[in-house]
Ligand binder design. Sequence first.
Ligand SMILES: Nc1ncnc2c1ncn2[C@@H]1O[C@H](COP(=O)(O)OP(=O)(O)O)[C@@H](O)[C@H]1O
Ligand SMILES: [Mg+2]
Length: 341
Amino acid sequence: MEPNTPSEILLDVKGLKVSFNTPAGCLRAVNGISYTIREGEVMGLVGESGSGKTVGAYAVMGLLKAPAKINGGSVLFKGREILSLSKKEAAMFRGKEIGMIFQNPMSSLDPVFTIGSQMIETIRVHDKSVSKAEARAACIDMLHKVSIRDPGQVMRQYPYELSGGMRQRVMIAIALLCRPKLLIADEPTTALDVTIQATILQILKRLQKQHRMAMLYITHNFGIVAEICDRVSVMCGGYILEQGSVEDIFHNAAHPYTQLLLRLAPRMDTPPSAPLHYIEGPPADPTRLPAGCVFQARCPFCMAICRDRRPPETILAPGHAASCWRLGSQTADETGERVGA
Ligand SMILES: Nc1ncnc2c1ncn2[C@@H]1O[C@H](COP(=O)(O)OP(=O)(O)O)[C@@H](O)[C@H]1O
Ligand SMILES: [Mg+2]
């Protein structure tokens, strides 16, 4: 545990833009998103499918591959620009400073190596001075922490020999091995059944508190948001349309998009097999984003100005802002305040 100093900004994302060159034209996946995460803070990133959550997180991890292109913005980690790191630097940075858990653990576990050898390798890649025996002991300790009862046995197994829930625990253990200051979790429990989902969430929450680790938690499940997050950014069509504390979002959602998402959202106890409810009407085509608000075509309150001009960010309360023409006219520019900060 670290001393209880006022928490500093760990991750500062400003105006991040990512596009893809596709046969249908330039696909604008992330269109200038800004948010900050302080040490020990959990930021939830919510939004419908295709709203740019994963692409935005991959940019932060330095994991984007062609045809993805970062078109602007900056990502500061402890004040250091990480978008300009070389591939090698970015690889060292990942794992050590920022850990990541993906939705599908099979895509990140190597099928031909045992869990033990993959875990030991993860530690030794980042710190060559650690002996194999020391690394092994650290791995067993971490497997205990994610509530795996027989770590020695799991170390000898191959990924395919484990159940989905066990694999996801192993993934969390691997992500935490180098004690990252920030963990990015991209829908880490979506593929699991409800009981296992709840167990994994409890494990993550406990470890997050113990290690005072910051998290960017991507999910479309507001039950999970309520359970684990301090603040929330709500994404639509590559924009953050609303940002605030969990209380702001649950009790004072200001954007019609956030309000609709909340109304249709699955809860903690919704079985993953239940059909997801979507906001009626197709989301804006990211290769032909409209002028004005990205949510205009589906918004029950759409006005003429919403079609013409993009709404500015309105500060509603300290730390709470939304971009919607229906809200007051006091913009972030006028107050000099930045909600993300
Ligand atoms: N490799 C890719 N090539 C082209 N388009 C992509 C690629 N990856 C993602 N996209 C597009 O970027 C947009 C954002 O995707 P994504 O970040 O995966 O959404 P989310 O995680 O919110 O569901 C979507 O329109 C998606 O189709
Ligand atoms: Mg995604």
